[in-house]
Design a protein around this ligand. Sequence first.
Ligand SMILES: [Zn+2]
Length: 157
Amino acid sequence: MITCDDVDELRAFGRPLVADAEAHVRGCTRCREAETALGAVSATLAASAVRSVPAGLTAQVLAAAAPLLAANAARATRRRLVRALAAGLAPLPAILALDLWLIRAGYGLLTRFLPDALSLYVVANWVGFLALLLALTYGAIPFLAARQTAAPQPRSA
Ligand SMILES: [Zn+2]
């Protein structure tokens, strides 16, 4: 639905009115009255010269903004790391409970067929392997989070 502001915008920038806008203008006293004033604004904008950007302005703006951009990036990295750690640690109790249950069940199953000492040896190695996998998984979270927030490489032209 076209509003008075939409019509004002089209007129101020010298754009042609679409069919919906023309229908709105026919039924709107305010838009009919504003036509002349906005036509003058549009003509003034069209007649004004566009200045070119001074050389080196982009570099100066980027240099001035660099500390703020770096602080923003550091804040985003910390936030992402906290979220990644929270997401990784949330299922940890369930994972540990499942591992404990599997270890007990595995030990119970092994002791039916193997001597207790050998069953304990196998289960202890299994526990060590699970601990290593958990340590590698949770130890990788900070590196993966930092890698995701790494600044994108500048595009070559
Ligand atoms: Zn209107």
